[in-house]
Each structure stands twice: as C-alpha cells, then as structure tokens.
Design a binder for this molecule. Structure first.
Ligand SMILES: Cc1cc2nc3c(=O)[nH]c(=O)nc-3n(C[C@H](O)[C@H](O)[C@H](O)COP(=O)(O)O)c2cc1C
Length: 196
C-alpha cells in the first residue's frame, strides 16, 4: 500500500479484537493510500511495554519496544493515531506507550532525539456512545502538543462504533467519510511540507 506521497504511520490505541479504534485506523489507512500517501499500519500489540515505572527505567533503560517505536515514528513524515475513550480520557495502553516513547532521548547514532518533537500528527477517536471519544481526543491532543508534536486541527470522531462500519469496514455515514477524507488531506499536505 505504497504511494509516492509522504510516509504516514498509523496505529490505534486499542489492541482489542474488532476494536472500533482499529477499524477507524484501517479506514484512515485506506483513505491515506487513496490520496497517495505511503502508509505503514502497525499494532501496539507488537510493542509490548511494562507499566511506566522510573525504577525500571533507571535499572534497565527504556524497553526495546519503545525505542523501536520511537525510531519507527522518526522514520515517517507524519503519524495518525485513532484513540478509544476510557472514562472520558486516553486509555492506559496508549498513554503508557506515549510515556515510554517520550523517554527515548537518543537516536541510533547517540545524538539527542525526541520522537514526537515537530512530528506532524492527526488524531481520530471512536467509542460505543454518542460522544465519539471527543473527550479522549482532546486529552490526547494536549499530551502530544506537550511532547512537541504539531497536531493538525482537523480530526475525525466516530460515534456508536458498533453501527458505524459496513462489512467491508467502510463508514456507513457519508459525513464520517468526508471527515476522514478531510483529516487525511490535511495530514498529507502538512507532512509533505515538513518532509525531511
Ligand atoms: C474502562 C473503560 C472505560 C470506558 N469509558 C468510556 C467513556 O468514558 N466514554 C465512552 O464513550 N466509552 C467508554 N467506554 C466504552 C468504549 O468506548 C468501548 O469499550 C470501545 O469499544 C473501546 O474502544 P475499542 O473498540 O477501540 O477497543 C469505556 C470502556 C472501558 C473498558
């Protein structure tokens, strides 16, 4: 699924089978590819991390999956994250992953490095309710801006995930299709401008 456009990394904040955020991420992958991006879809299941504990960090350093993910992010021009909402905020899997990645401070050559610094990002959210994860996406935006990311304004929030997708994983609602297309267009445009 490789276009000639900017390299965009996509992942969801849930590793649940059939996760609505996973389906939202997949919809983003299809739309990004349609619009010409070179897309990489990963699952956080392939980046298992212990709960952040600074004793662990002091004793053994940042775990290898977080280092791998930090360099994976750095190797892309842009990042799209699809988050679920837990208790009106970001789920622990996603927050823990961001916290560990934010502790990677050297690149492979030992030079100072922050994976999120200046990284162009787009956010999507979903939930099983009418709020569509809008509270989680606001918290996620604040966290990533704190980490130095450039989070674009357009976002796509998917309410009632259990009804939102057809059998092919496409949005049933035309407004959601347009919203996702708009997010992807803005992400590709901005990531293309800041491309290394
Ligand atoms: C601990 C927990 C807290 C939740 N809190 C919210 C919430 O605040 N708002 C909401 O819309 N849904 C909430 N949900 C329901 C999730 O939207 C729903 O389980 C969703 O399927 C999870 O995301 P996923 O499908 O991407 O795994 C919560 C679910 C869990 C497990």
């Amino acid at each position: 699924m490789n276009g000639a456009g900017p390299r965009i990394l996509v992942f969801a904040g849930s590793i649940r089978a059939g996760a609505f955020s996973g389906k939202t991420a997949d919809a983003a992958v299809r739309e990004l590819a349609l619009q010409g991006a070179a897309v990489t879809r990963i699952s956080l299941a392939d980046y298992p991390l212990p709960l952040m504990n600074q004793d662990l960090e002091r004793e053994s350093g940042v775990p290898e999956p977080a280092v791998r993910l930090a360099h994976m992010i750095a190797a892309h021009d842009g990042l799209l994250i699809a988050t679920p909402e837990y208790n009106a905020s970001v789920p622990p899997l996603l927050k823990n992953t961001i916290d560990w990645v934010s502790r990677v401070n050297q690149d492979r050559q030992g030079q100072p490095f922050r994976a999120f610094k200046g990284k162009v990002m787009a956010l999507c959210s979903s939930s099983n309710g009418n709020y569509a994860g809008i509270r989680a996406i606001n918290h996620l935006r604040a966290i990533l801006v704190h980490c130095g990311a450039e989070v674009i304004s357009p976002q796509c929030s998917v309410p009632r995930g259990q009804d939102a997708f057809d059998d092919e994983g496409n949005f049933r609602d035309d407004a959601l299709r347009k919203s996702m297309a708009n997010v992807c267009r803005a992400l590709i445009e901005r990531a293309g401008l800041t491309r290394a």
